[in-house]
Design a protein around this ligand. Structure first.
Ligand SMILES: C[S@@+](CC[C@H](N)C(=O)[O-])C[C@H]1O[C@@H](n2cnc3c(N)ncnc32)[C@H](O)[C@@H]1O
Length: 397
């Protein structure tokens, strides 16, 4: 039986790559048990960081809460800030916390004991160098999805290099992780060398960024560069391909998800290039009118029915089930997306559908497309970081 691979507890944390952690922990606290624990932990009245964090790590470990130490670290950093956490670390005997700080750390760790994902507790999470606001029950972006963005950005940056514009539809935007990051990664325009030098001297920030990007392009073998503004695949050409308009329509049937995407798009300065609709993908065609896209991208709900009972408490208790459940075989929303795709994609062979799915799905999707005359062709499957087949590329025939 295959399961989705990332856990919500700390799933977006880039330095830890965890697999198969959707599986329910054998020793899962009941609410009654949690209440009895909270009596204990309310007695943690120390005002020393090390004493509090060590007590909490032990407490969470006793209750088999995943990633106890990292959870406590994130919570402490959230309350104190990274710098103060570092300053306080290791000082065993000081009273280095105020009463209010100690109370806050205890309160948030108590939530973690109740299996609330740490992303919801601290209210934000990192997705490929973006810090996004998180809000229950909106789906927490998983690290594999960062790779979907990489694959899409790479494909469209190269394939579309003759065109200045790239537009896509995201189905099921959740917190906005995919659409915001893809918009940042596929920005491009052509620029002459003479223009590059003029841009360097002007006051316009975007122009200066394009100039910076030009030099990155020229010295790409020497430098590895990521920035808030420019994060793209470098193309070997005398012109620079940077900083123009990728546009996007993003839809989600959950109103909270649409609002969260809007807020995150504002935070990331891409709100002028994104149009949001609250809608089910099955009702999207009238909303789009005659607009056509270069790509449709989605990480849809795809957990098959039989796997839903195996989800970790962090997921089953706190994340929106409609963001997870994909019907009996996990393919309900995938099929809905494929049915509307021919009417939405631009009529050329570069137009693509990109899907993140369960490892059992690529083969089933290929067969389904072959048995339905939709004008689509299964093109390729890409692996995630655990080398498992997770991303499907489908093109127009
Ligand atoms: C797995 S989450 C992905 C969220 C986000 N794209 C990400 O990767 O972090 C799936 C999202 O699809 C939305 N959704 C589920 N069924 C849908 C449907 N039929 N039409 C539109 N959105 C849907 C859910 O509300 C949820 O936000």
């Amino acid at each position: 039986m295959s399961l989705r691979t990332a856990l919500p507890a700390l799933c977006g944390y880039r330095r830890i790559r965890l697999t198969n952690s959707y599986v329910r922990s054998q020793k899962c606290s009941s609410y009654a048990h949690f209440q009895s624990c909270s009596a204990d932990v309310n007695n943690i009245d120390s005002q020393n960081v090390k004493a509090i964090t060590n007590t909490w790590i032990r407490r969470l470990q006793e209750e088999s809460v995943p990633e106890a130490d990292l959870s406590v670290k994130f919570i402490t950093e959230h309350v104190l800030g990274k710098e103060r956490t570092r300053d306080c670390d290791g000082k065993e005997n000081d009273q280095n916390l105020t009463k209010e700080e100690a109370r806050k750390i205890n309160e948030l760790c108590l939530q973690r004991l109740q299996r609330v994902p740490v992303q919801y507790i601290i209210g934000e999470w990192e997705f490929r160098y973006l810090t996004l606001k998180m809000m229950p029950p909106v789906f927490i972006p998983r690290p594999e999805t960062e790779e979907l963005v990489d694959v899409v950005a790479k494909h469209h940056s190269l394939a579309d290099s003759k065109s200045d514009k790239f537009s896509f539809l995201e189905v099921g935007c959740g917190s906005g992780a995919i659409c915001i990051k893809v918009m940042q990664r596929t920005i491009k325009c052509r620029m002459k060398r003479s223009q590059v030098f003029r841009n360097a001297l002007c006051d316009d920030k975007a122009a200066q960024n394009s100039c910076l990007a030009f030099f990155i392009l020229k010295f790409k073998d020497l430098i590895y560069f990521h920035s808030y503004f420019i994060n793209f695949y470098l193309l070997d050409d005398a012109s620079a391909f940077i900083a123009a308009a990728t546009t996007c329509v993003a839809i989600d049937k959950n109103e909270v998800a649409v609002s969260l995407t809007r807020e995150n798009a504002n935070r990331c300065n891409v709100s002028d290039r994104i149009v949001l609709h609250r809608t089910d993908v099955r009702s999207v065609l009238p909303l789009l009118g005659s607009t056509k896209f270069d790509a449709i991208i989605s990480n849809p709900p795809y957990i098959p029915e039989q796997d839903m009972a195996l989800l970790q408490p962090e997921i089953s208790r706190h994340e929106d089930a409609q963001a997870l459940y994909g019907g009996r075989d996990g393919l309900d929303v995938v099929k809905d997306i494929l049915r509307v795709s021919p009417a939405i994609l631009k009529p050329n062979r570069l137009s693509s559908v990109w899907l993140e799915v369960d490892i059992s799905h690529p083969e089933l999707i290929d067969q389904w497309i072959n048995s339905h005359d939709l004008g689509l062709k299964y093109s390729a499957t890409f692996n995630d970081f655990t080398q498992r087949p997770r991303f499907c590329h489908i093109i127009r025939k």
